[in-house]
Design a protein around this ligand. Structure first.
Ligand SMILES: [Zn+2]
Length: 395
């Protein structure tokens, strides 16, 4: 399993200038390779990843400025281009009508990918020396572990980050800095950026028959009679049971997230509701919003005592924005699938939102999103999770 740890980096002015030149060179190469692929196709030749890899060598002779960038970084530009092309052709195979890959503008090209080589980490001085760039200090607020497979240098506004990718043989635990974005919704209770789909609990719906029968029996009895009181007591028990089931579910689910992740990103529900003010929300939504609010408050206080970061982000565009390329793809509540006409990225709409929530919360730039299979987590699975230690209560 590949784990990414992201750290703020502090290049000096001269190094920053070299980084910007390298980014611009990579962007130039990306667009040049894309153009050659398109031209080749138009003349009836199918371009290949290997062919383009070889083309980089001759392009370097024709354009000596390319030699200013570490060769493996240039190769990774081609790799990124081809993973975008593959994502696009997979969508085409499904018979969807989609556009072409776009040329990258300067603001869109923000990441240098040092894969396998070309870097040397000095943990003692918390700095990394990159071939053809220089030494960049970074703030290691949380140690990483495992074998380093690659490092990304990425620009976000005027900030720089290094993302250290390590190979983990054992399941990653919190201290290795795993982070997640969680989107709550009406279809599933939650979908997260690691592909878990948490089933919606329907405790109330499951007890509805029993509640109706008890309500009818209460209505038939004389008010304040002993039988009336008995029936009324039974109904209260059913409600209490539903409430405790729901709380048990929310406690166990939030515990699972806090125990697994070092950082948890969610939407700020207050801003979300403020924006929806005036629009009809419906009963279903208001019932759910109570659970979401409680889930977030459990996450928040459990996170605090466990040293986990809990980040609430502005929910603007989280569901409309393409997690892969950042384009706004308008959809209504009934559209279950996100399908980007600009880059071809296709994903479950809630998963797309969860990836956006994660990216915004972690202040990460757009990276190609690896399509991962979603896995379903049932209510029973959540309830079977480890019971947390009972809270200390006086008396
Ligand atoms: Zn897109």
């Amino acid at each position: 399993m590949l784990i990414s740890c992201k750290y703020r980096a502090y290049p000096d002015a001269a190094t920053e200038a070299r980084l910007n030149v390298a980014l611009d060179t990579c962007r130039w190469l990306y667009n040049a390779l894309l153009e050659e692929c398109t031209t080749a196709r138009e003349t009836g030749i199918a371009p290949t990843m290997r062919g383009m890899q070889a083309r980089i060598v001759t392009l370097k002779e024709e354009n000596p400025f390319l030699k200013g960038v570490y060769s493996k970084v240039l190769q990774m530009v081609n790799y990124t281009l081809w993973s975008n092309i593959r994502a696009l052709s997979q969508t085409k195979k499904k018979g969807r009508k989609i556009g072409k890959l776009r040329f990258k503008s300067a603001s869109r090209y923000r990441t240098l990918n040092y894969n396998q080589s070309g870097f040397e980490i000095d943990r003692g001085h918390s700095s990394i020396t990159f071939s053809k760039i220089g030494t960049i200090p970074f703030k290691m607020h949380r140690p990483y572990s495992g074998e380093v497979k690659g490092i990304l240098i990425t620009r976000s506004g005027d900030r720089w980050y290094v993302i250290i990718q390590t190979e983990q043989t054992v399941p990653a635990s919190k201290c290795e800095g795993r982070s997640v974005g969680i989107d709550v919704g009406l279809n599933a209770f939650a979908v997260d950026s690691d592909g878990a789909v948490i089933e919606n609990p329907r405790f109330y719906e499951h007890s509805l028959d029993r509640i109706r029968k008890l309500q009818q029996s209460i209505a038939r009895k004389q008010r304040f009679s002993s039988n009336w009181k008995k029936a009324k007591g039974k109904l209260e028990k059913v409600y209490e049971h539903i409430t405790s089931q729901k709380n048990d579910f929310l406690h166990k689910l939030s515990r699972r997230y806090v125990d697994t992740y070092a950082t948890i990103c969610v939407e700020d529900l207050n801003i979300k509701y403020l924006k929806e003010n005036g629009k009809s929300r419906g009963l279903l939504r208001s019932i759910h919003s109570v659970s979401w609010g409680r889930f977030f408050s459990y996450l928040s206080y459990k996170a605090e005592s466990a040293g986990t970061n809990f980040i609430q982000i502005d929910p603007r565009n989280t569901s409309q924005m393409c997690a892969n390329c950042g384009s706004i793809v308008k959809k209504t509540l009934s559209d279950r699938v996100h399908e980007c006409p600009y880059c071809g990225f296709v994903a479950d709409r809630d998963y797309n939102a969860a990836v956006n929530i994660h990216r915004v919360g972690m202040e990460q730039p757009f990276e190609p999103v690896e399509p991962i299979p979603l896995h379903h987590v049932s209510v029973m699975q959540v309830l079977a999770m480890k019971q947390e230690a009972p809270p200390f209560r006086a008396g």
